[in-house]
Design a protein around this ligand. Structure first.
Ligand SMILES: *Cc1c(COP(=O)(O)O)cnc(C)c1O
Length: 412
């Protein structure tokens, strides 16, 4: 067992993850394959990074062609790929400017810097006093600044001291946001749907109220759409569902086409233009390989109408899940193809459900111990949705055979 990849990981890696006991070697479309050649339906798509499915031919072609021509130059020079990528990003999202980074956390860090600088230079907040409001339950990555404003004890434990300048308000509560705003408030950073918190959908009208409050107090509304953006929820951006345009926007995950880490911070021109040469940067951010893949991903999203597809297939998935009427499911939440299935903890942990699903040929990951995340590639078909739902039904039936006989209507 000397070359067993799991043993090697355990011996030589940091133990900062607890993966399901499956060793994957290949992906194709919505399917993943393990070392034994077993096939799994991917109902997780790498936390939405694989929205186009694994190894999408158009994206692999863009990647390989660009890799053979020019991959990395740094931003010390212009390349022929960056401008078209930024133009496509702005046109897809209705924003004026885009700044490319790599990971989602870096896009959020960029948003924090932009908001603070705008507050000092434009809003005339006294130096060092800018405040940023965040929502409880947020997830914005793992840098020390970002975990500093997390409400998740484990994400913070042992990693302080943390950066000051953040205040937290309950998610979905617009009045609490307004009360938290003071003369030094620069921005409110909010996820239109909280993904890592367990697919938490705020009350209808929340984003519109947030928009009005931010306007009233000259505070930047920054939507963190690293997970919800690019079609996932059935619209290009999740804030499109309420017709809201933010002042700043972070994208990531799916932007790399499931092939590379590609992220961006987008903003109003007067916000982005606070950055001057030397203020901020990244060795790899906006490299021609990332730009070519990001551009191809945006084109594919539009060409294959994947946002509409997510709306349609997401509604179908939700309808099928409701149809299970299984008492072990205490709540169904989500929008488009971002769905959380809340499991009654007295029946099973979400982790147990995920392990059992794995044996049924369906891969996904629990979030927050009680929620099974269902977020497949947007390219999934109805028949494949049926397969996933049937597997979940078998798993719940096996975990809670008695409970299943109690007919009970499921809350909407
Ligand atoms: C995943 C995520 C991030 C962080 O992205 P990384 O690429 O893991 O750094 C930020 N915001 C949201 C909403 C996310 O879901």
């Amino acid at each position: 067992m000397q070359n067993d990849p799991v043993a090697l990981e355990a011996r030589h890696g940091a133990h900062n993850y607890h993966p399901l006991p499956v060793v994957l070697t290949r992906g194709e479309g919505v399917y993943l394959f393990d070392t034994e050649g077993r096939r799994y339906l991917d109902m997780m798509s790498a936390y939405s990074a694989v929205s186009f499915g694994h190894s999408h031919p158009a994206l692999v072609q863009a990647l390989t062609e660009q890799a053979q021509r020019l991959a990395v130059t740094s931003r010390a020079f212009h390349t022929d790929r960056l401008g078209p990528f930024l133009a496509a990003l702005c046109s897809a999202t209705g924003m004026e400017r885009a700044l490319p980074m790599n990971s989602g956390a870096e896009a959020v860090e960029t948003a924090i810097k932009a908001a603070r600088k705008w507050a000092y230079k434009v809003k005339r907040v006294p130096e060092g006093r800018a405040q940023i409001v965040v929502a409880e339950g947020n997830f914005a990555g793992r840098t020390t600044t970002i975990v500093g404003f997390s409400s998740e004890a484990q994400y913070r434990d042992g990693f302080g001291p943390f950066a000051p300048g953040f205040v937290s308000v309950p998610y979905g509560d617009a009045a609490a946001l307004e009360r938290a705003i003071g003369p030094h408030t620069a921005a409110f950073i909010v996820e239109p749907i909280q993904g890592e918190a367990g697919i938490v959908v705020p009350p209808a009208g929340y984003l519109r109220e947030v928009r009005a409050i931010c306007n009233r107090h000259d505070v930047l509304m920054i939507c963190d759409e690293v997970q919800t953006g690019l079609g996932r929820t059935g619209a290009m951006l999740a804030c499109d569902h309420e017709g809201v345009r933010p002042d700043g926007l972070t994208l990531g995950k799916a932007l790399g086409g499931g092939l590379l880490p590609v992220s961006a911070f987008l903003a109003r021109a007067d916000v982005m233009d606070q950055f001057t040469p030397g203020d901020h940067g990244s060795t790899f951010g906006g490299n021609p390989l990332a730009a070519a893949v990001g551009l191809a991903a945006l084109e594919l999203l539009e060409r294959d109408r994947l946002a509409e597809r997510a709306a349609d297939l997401g509604a179908y998935l939700m309808e099928r899940l409701r149809g299970l009427r299984h008492p072990a499911i205490t709540e169904l939440r989500g929008r488009g193809l971002l769905v959380g299935v809340q499991i009654d903890p007295s029946v099973a942990s979400a982790r147990q459900v995920c392990e059992a699903l794995m044996h049924e040929g369906v891969l996904t990951k629990d979030t927050h111990h009680t929620v099974v995340r269902l977020a497949p590639p947007l390219t999934i078909t109805r028949a494949q949705v049926d397969v996933a739902v049937a597997a979940l039904a078998r798993v719940l039936q096996a975990l809670a055979p008695a409970a299943a006989r109690v007919e009970q209507p499921l809350p909407a």
